[in-house]
Design a protein around this ligand. Structure first.
Ligand SMILES: Cc1ncc(COP(=O)(O)O)c(C=O)c1O
Ligand SMILES: N[C@H](C=O)CCC(=O)O
Length: 427
């Protein structure tokens, strides 16, 4: 519950409910009694309609690694807008960003830009099916790969938060081809592949699961997936919509030293504007239309505004970006561990690079089933404890938090104080 003044947000929410489903445009934004309505954002701060300021660790669910309204990015975006905002014919900057992706991401030899992570995973799966001539795909329990029919089964993120991990409206005929397995479990993967390898087109995996909190891969689990897919003519897709450009310059594949066949990207790649991309080995990518027969298209694919923001954002992701953002996430994670001890509250805290999350759970969180046992009521109290003390994180146990270069020392100190007050309120 809010203890701060949020009357204007409440009023706007009541208005919004009349014309927007649930008052929001993506379910993850809805929380009870009502979400605050943002008026502006700058650096690591959000300011709401009631003039409350929050230090933001949601960062639009990931893209804003440079903080909000980064002036270098916006300067170039404004320049681009004067040159046009959508062309329907190719433009030079698409080559520039594609080359950046290829230079950074180990598996990327060719790129197709789309408009969202959802489109990217949908097209990557279609590509894998089209190339192999096989229909089944393997996805992990609790993984979220966007809101399309192939993958909206036992899904994480808002689907899990709002209690519909299997969305009605998706034909059983579609999802019968989606095999669900627990993350970090080798035996079940081996058994499934042994029995059905001739029907399985691809494994799609979030290398770090970021839509059921933050679940790290066990030692060599990703390497194991690489080996088993290679041995069985199955395409390995890393869904790096969250981890891409975040864990390292080359994303999770560089961080863990495991190179998949295809990667899906989004979020950071668009520097705060809508984007997605599929990239991978040339021999696979060339199967997309117009070179190959597998159809993929979009009016706004390679949109010049998003491409410009992406180019400018990637320029800022140098070594010190990774050192700095990792350091901040580590400081906050260690503080959460200390608070758990101080207030004797059982938690598990995970962090990697600029990602972190606390689970109100006594067990090590290795997969979806364990994550689901977390105390979401306690998480909700923690969330409001932070919010009422000027800190915003995603309003769900089943999302994760991000640091950016815009978080300053003072913000971290204020955040740690807010965390302390939030934990105290849980007793
Ligand atoms: C791992 C992952 N894949 C895919 C998506 C879908 O991306 P978008 O919301 O841009 O469609 C998301 C987030 O939304 C994600 O976290
Ligand atoms: N968890 C999702 C992405 O990572 C949240 C974004 C959304 O669905 O609005």
């Amino acid at each position: 519950m809010y203890t701060i003044k949020t009357e204007k947000s409440e009023k706007l929410y009541n208005e919004a409910k009349k014309c927007l489903v649930g008052g929001v445009n993506s379910p993850v934004r809805a929380f009870k009694p009502y979400p605050f309505f943002v008026k502006s954002a700058n650096g690591c701060h959000l300011i709401d309609e009631d003039d409350n300021t929050y230090i933001d660790y949601c960062l639009a669910y990931g893209p804003m690694v440079l903080g909000h309204a980064n002036q270098e990015v916006l300067y170039k975006v404004r320049e681009q807008m004067d040159l046009g905002t959508a062309y329907g014919v190719p433009a030079k900057k698409e080559i520039e960003l594609a080359k950046e992706v290829i230079n950074r991401i180990p598996c990327a030899e060719m790129v197709r830009f789309v408009n969202s992570g959802t489109e990217a995973t949908m097209s990557a799966i279609r590509l894998a099916r089209g190339i192999t001539g096989k229909n089944k795909i393997i996805k992990f329990d609790g993984a979220y790969h966007g809101a399309h029919d192939y993958v909206l089964v036992k899904s994480g993120s808002g689907a899990l938060t709002h209690g519909s991990p299997n969305s009605p409206g998706i034909p059983a005929d579609t999802t019968k081809n989606t095999i669900l397995l627990p993350f970090n479990n080798r035996e079940l993967m081996e058994k499934t592949i042994y029995e059905q390898k001739d029907e399985i087109a691809c494994i799609i995996v979030e290398p770090v699961m970021g839509n059921v909190g933050c679940i790290l891969p066990n030692d060599d689990y990703l390497k194991f997936l690489r080996e088993i897919t290679e041995e069985n003519n199955i395409i390995l897709i890393f869904d790096e919509v969250i981890t891409g450009f975040r864990l390292s310059k080359g994303g999770a594949q560089e961080y863990f030293g495991v190179v998949p066949d295809l990667v899906t990207l989004g979020k950071i790649l668009g520097g705060g504007f809508p984007i997605g991309a599929i990239a991978g080995k040339k021999e696979l990518m060339e199967n997309f239309s117009p070179n190959g027969a597998i159809y993929q298209a979009g009016t706004f694919n390679g949109n010049p505004v998003s491409i410009t923001a992406g180019i400018e954002t990637l320029k800022c992701l140098n070594d010190s970006f990774y050192t700095e953002t990792t350091k901040k996430a580590t400081i906050l994670s260690n503080h959460l561990r200390d608070l758990s001890d101080k207030y004797n509250i059982e938690t598990k805290v995970y962090n990697i690079a600029s990602i972190f999350q606390v689970y109100f759970n006594k067990n090590e969180v290795l997969n979806y089933d364990i994550a689901k046992e977390s105390n979401t009521e306690l998480f909700n109290k923690y969330f409001f404890g932070l919010l009422n003390n000027g800190v915003f994180i995603a309003p769900s146990q089943f999302e994760c938090c991000f640091t950016s270069i815009a978080h300053k020392e003072e913000d971290l100190t204020n955040t740690m104080n807010a965390m302390d007050k939030a934990f105290k309120s849980l007793k």
